[in-house]
Ligand binder design. Structure first.
Ligand code: AP5
Ligand code: MG
Length: 195
């Protein structure tokens, strides 16, 4: 039993609004601590790129800033976790994003005797994230980065469906709030003491 605990995979969550810096910080943390980094947005965009019927359905939602189905995305992530149970740790970026997803994840982890170590919440104001995303949109191919109204729609979805998770994880005593304004390096240095 003790050996099992000692080897238990560590699960971190990078949380925050669209453009808060989840992907940027998760990639740097993954490299420093030798963890896997899984972005659900990247997973979904890969499915879109494959041109599958599922990909087409996903595209119709992502491109207008709406969330995909809770069951679908949760099963994708949980299956991946189970397949990678032997790794040292993972960083989830963009998941969970609704209370339903958080509950599905919690139940699946309990079954596997796993738990979430920390939820890193990057706090950035809306005007800053709009500027960051518009800037990226000028060079990225992301359909949801191109115009301010789609970005505002993503922020609206964040406010109503995702932000309530802050209270949920606060209650679970796993939440760490991090000031997400400033340079990438400064923000990284605020996060690393929690790893
Ligand atoms: P997803 O890909 O997760 O997008 P997002 O949450 O909207 O966030 P971004 O990836 O745009 O931002 P980020 O926080 O990763 O910041 P980044 O580091 O890139 O999801 C896309 C869509 O997929 C969703 O809208 C939904 O439709 C669907 N989806 C995904 N997960 C789902 C789920 N669980 N359930 C249902 N649907 C789901 O930084 C942003 C930009 O700012 C970059 O250009 C970066 O270089 C720059 N930047 C970063 N840090 C700084 C800084 N400190 N100063 C200045 N610029 C900075
Ligand atoms: Mg991202």
């Amino acid at each position: 039993m003790q050996i099992q605990n000692y080897l238990r995979m560590k699960i971190y969550i990078l949380f925050g609004a669209p453009g808060a810096g989840k992907g940027t910080q998760a990639a740097m943390l993954a490299q420093k601590y030798k963890l896997l980094h899984w972005s659900t947005g990247d997973m979904l965009r890969a499915e879109v790129k494959s041109g599958s019927p599922l990909g087409k359905e996903i595209d119709s939602l992502i491109s207008v800033g709406k969330l995909v189905n809770d069951q679908l995305i949760s099963q994708m992530v949980i299956q991946k976790i189970i397949e990678h149970k032997a790794v040292e740790g993972i960083i989830l970026d963009g998941f969970p994003r609704t209370l339903a997803q958080a509950q599905i994840l919690h139940q699946a982890l309990e079954k596997e005797h796993l738990k979430i170590e920390k939820v890193i919440n990057l706090e950035v104001n809306h005007e800053e994230v709009i500027q960051r995303i518009l800037l990226r949109g000028s060079t990225s191919n992301r359909a949801d980065d191109q115009d301010e109204s789609t970005i505002r729609q993503r922020l609206q979805v964040y406010e109503t469906q995702t932000k309530p998770l802050i209270d949920y994880y606060q209650h679970q005593k796993t939440l760490i709030n991090i000031e997400g304004m400033g340079s990438i390096e400064d923000i990284f240095n605020r996060i690393t003491p929690h790893f």
